[in-house]
Design a protein around this ligand. Structure first.
Ligand code: 3HC
Length: 700
């Protein structure tokens, strides 16, 4: 059997290897193995120094997150790291891959650290709703100071080896073989009087107490502004404050308490759910069966906002892109848009001018479909109309090489109908990007009836290459995200007509944790988009279903949101911050009178309960119908595409935490008022009957 931690004595150096794939997480077995190794190092005279390293792809990347929420098994990680620091023989940590969280805390407890050039270090616990709980909040600041340590722990960012070396976190960068150099170095320092250098006793990072407290106060002030609802970041600042006041053991006791408070917080549950949900979403059965096709050249059809964003995303991932537009003027405009996005990146120093030029050199625009004949994958991002799309796919079918993936970025349309315009529906797939496509991380991979496994595997490969968060969706009006979005926006309209102002609704939704409310989002996206969709659906709308015409009234006045200076809000010249508009409230009031709807006052809680019940019920249907493979996929879509607060995990996780029986009770109460709109999802009803929850359906 493989040992989680092995020891090998080589010429006086005890090489301690952690071998716990895939990321060498510090599970109970690993922790026990590390303690055993330290005991041996102390007891065995033949051991003169120790090297700790990771087998496979990385030094330990953290505590074992799967153990969280279960009763903790001994030895605890804080005791393990203290045991390492107390070792009577010098300990060198040899870092490669990603030394994160508990992994970096192990390394910080070692007396010295060497890393290869590709290594990264970080304390990303904050992203999981917790804090470094094995001395990280106490040891890192003793090396790098309060400000740098707070920057790392509050952002969770992965710091490249070179920067970590400059900061003093890493003492040496290995030029050649990491393990050989680590062993050589360990042998060199063994027996030297200064070889035992406990980080807990270091003072190089410390400043006078006043500056220390000022750095902590500044970090707290930034948090108050940026993320006042989050729990863990504030606890991190409190821990760092203690570094200047307390010796390491008392500081670690304080850290322990703060860590446990974070572990108990529902935000920890939400964030860890989000972490695993993202990883589970990449498990797509078709992709696992299929083989990705080579991806070397890409095409984009349409140079509008979506098309140019997609082109930029692909260019940055190293794919040459040819963009096709219907005429020279539109092609030039597409080129301008791509150049403008890249110019902004240069301005913000995210891109060097040289790299921008190289990207533009890999980009071509044309009106000739023939230029797509060597593309491995083409994404169509043209006007959202079936006839237009079918015409494009007919042309593509005529020119694309055999085996090319033909993707549509449609948000709503039936991909089966689009695929039917070609003689190769097995190569047709939906790749639904979110605007702006070069920034937003979500990518819905929409699998149509005839889409081949290889096409899905290629879509997933593309997502990985572009650094996107992929989610598999089935074909329906709006797929996963927009279908659910349409339902809760509809509900926001109902709530508005029933008595809450759009501004109250936006505020409630923001206070729930969204960056923006639905009316602000509509103003940003353009009210004309929803208007067009409503007109398209009008002929098939259930005549019994309630319909709120207020948004249409705004559109009839030409108020399309930010771009026209008016929408749900009024915008001063050049401002993106809207002001409530009394005229909008008048329109709302007169519609209420016209319809004779009884209005009432809404608390924020009333608004949120109805809004979320609509979202969750529709999401349950999306899972029930197999449009989403599992509830956690819906959560990923809501978090990455629609601003659902990540710390709540997603709407399905939220529903589980509130209790499905409570959600269902709300829906049933709303159904008494409006049985057409509020039909409880069969999945929800079934789960409540069985005493189950959405999480029970989350399988890999
Ligand atoms: N515990 C348990 N499993 C973990 C894990 C962890 N810390 N980190 C990753 N995994 C699992 C993933 O779930 C995934 O499992 P799967 O194959 O069954 O889906 C597998 O390892 C591979 O992970 P990725 O798909 O994410 O692989 P990547 O190569 O893309 O990324 C990584 C590797 C950068 C290490 C990324 O996995 C990551 O960011 N992991 C979390 C790191 C982290 O947050 N560490 C801190 C943990 S908390 C802590 O240490 C507390 C301490 O202070 C007391």
């Amino acid at each position: 059997m493989r040992e989680a931690v092995s020891q090998e004595l080589e010429d006086g150096v005890l090489v301690v290897t952690v071998d716990n794939p895939p990321v060498n997480a510090l599970g109970a077995e690993v922790r026990r193995g590390l303690v055993t190794a330290m005991e041996r190092a102390d007891a065995d005279e033949a051991v003169r120094a120790v090297v700790i390293r990771g087998e496979g792809r990385t030094f330990p990347a953290g505590a074992d997150i799967r153990e969280f929420g279960k009763p903790p098994a001994e030895p605890w990680l804080p005791d393990v790291v203290n045991r390492i620091e107390a070792c009577t023989k010098p300990v060198v940590a040899a870092l490669h891959g990603t030394a994160l969280g508990g992994g970096l805390e192990v390394a910080l407890a070692a007396h010295w650290r060497i890393a290869d050039r590709q290594a990264k270090v970080g304390l990303p616990e904050v992203n999981l709703g917790i804090l470094p709980g094995a001395g990280g909040t106490q040891r890192l600041p003793r090396i790098v100071g309060a400000q740098k340590a707070l920057d790392m722990m509050l952002s969770g960012r992965h710091v490249p080896a070179a920067e970590a070396h400059e900061l003093g976190i890493i003492d040496r960068i290995a030029e050649g073989d990491l393990l050989e150099e680590a062993k050589m170095w360990a042998r060199e320092i063994a027996g030297r009087p200064d070889a035992l250098r406990p980080t807990g006793a270091r003072t190089d990072g410390l400043t006078d107490p006043e500056s220390w407290r000022a750095a902590c106060a500044a970090a707290r002030a930034r948090l108050e502004k940026k993320s006042p609802q989050l729990f863990a970041p504030f606890r991190i600042v409190e821990c760092v404050e203690k570094v200047i006041e307390l010796p390491i053991d008392e500081g670690m006791a304080f850290e322990r308490q703060a860590f446990e408070a974070c572990m108990r917080s529902p935000q920890r549950e939400g964030l860890i759910h989000a972490f695993f949900a993202e990883r589970r979403a990449r498990k797509i059965p078709e992709a696992e069966r299929g083989t990705p096709r080579p991806l070397e050249r890409a095409g984009v059809i349409g140079g509008g906002t979506m098309g140019s964003g997609i082109a930029v995303a692909m260019l940055k991932a190293g794919l040459p892109v040819t963009m096709v537009e219907r005429d020279e003027e539109a092609a030039a405009a597409g080129r301008e848009r791509v150049a403008a996005i890249l110019a902004r990146d240069v301005e913000r120093r995210r891109l060097t001018p040289g790299r921008r030029d190289a990207l533009l050199a890999a980009f071509a625009t044309t009106t000739d479909y023939g230029a797509l004949s060597d593309a491995d994958l083409v994404v169509e991002a043209a006007f959202e109309e079936m006839a237009v799309k079918q015409e494009i796919f007919r042309k593509l079918d005529a020119v694309a090489k055999k085996g090319a993936i033909l993707a549509t970025n449609t948000s709503y349309l039936d991909i089966n109908e689009i695929a039917a315009a070609t003689g190769r529906p097995e190569d047709v797939i939906g790749l639904h990007f979110f605007s702006p496509a070069h920034i937003m991380k979500l990518l819905e991979i929409v699998v149509a009836d005839a889409t081949s496994d290889d096409a899905v595997a290629t879509g997933l490969q593309l997502a990985r290459r572009l650094g996107k968060v992929p989610v598999r969706a089935g074909v329906c009006d709006g797929f996963i995200g927009n279908r659910i979005y349409n339902r809760y926006v509809e509900e926001a309209f109902f709530i508005m007509e029933d008595g809450a102002s759009p501004y109250e609704i936006d505020r409630a939704v923001r206070n729930f944790g969204y960056p923006m409310g639905p009316f602000e989002v509509a103003d940003l996206a353009g009210l004309d988009i929803g208007w067009a969709a409503r007109k398209r659906r009008a002929p098939t709308r259930d005549p019994r279903r309630r319909y709120v015409a207020i948004a249409d009234k705004l559109c009839e006045r030409g108020w399309f949101g930010q771009k026209t200076g008016r929408g749900w809000y009024r915008y001063e010249e050049g401002s993106r911050k809207g002001q409530p508009d009394p005229e909008v409230l008048e329109i709302v009031a007169s519609e209420r009178i016209l319809k004779g709807v009884p209005t009432g006052a809404f608390t924020e809680e009333d608004i949120i309960r109805r809004y979320l019940a609509a979202m969750i019920n529709e999401a349950a249907n999306v899972v029930h119908e197999g449009i989403a493979l599992r509830p956690s996929d819906v959560d990923v879509v809501a978090v990455h595409g629609y601003g659902f607060p990540r710390w709540r995990g997603g709407p399905m996780k939220y529903a589980d935490m509130v209790g499905l029986e409570n959600i269902l009770a709300d829906i049933e109460a709303f159904a008494e008022e409006d049985p057409v709109v509020w039909q409880p999802s069969p999945l929800l009803v079934d789960l409540v009957r069985r005493g189950g929850n959405f999480d029970s359906l989350n399988r890999d």
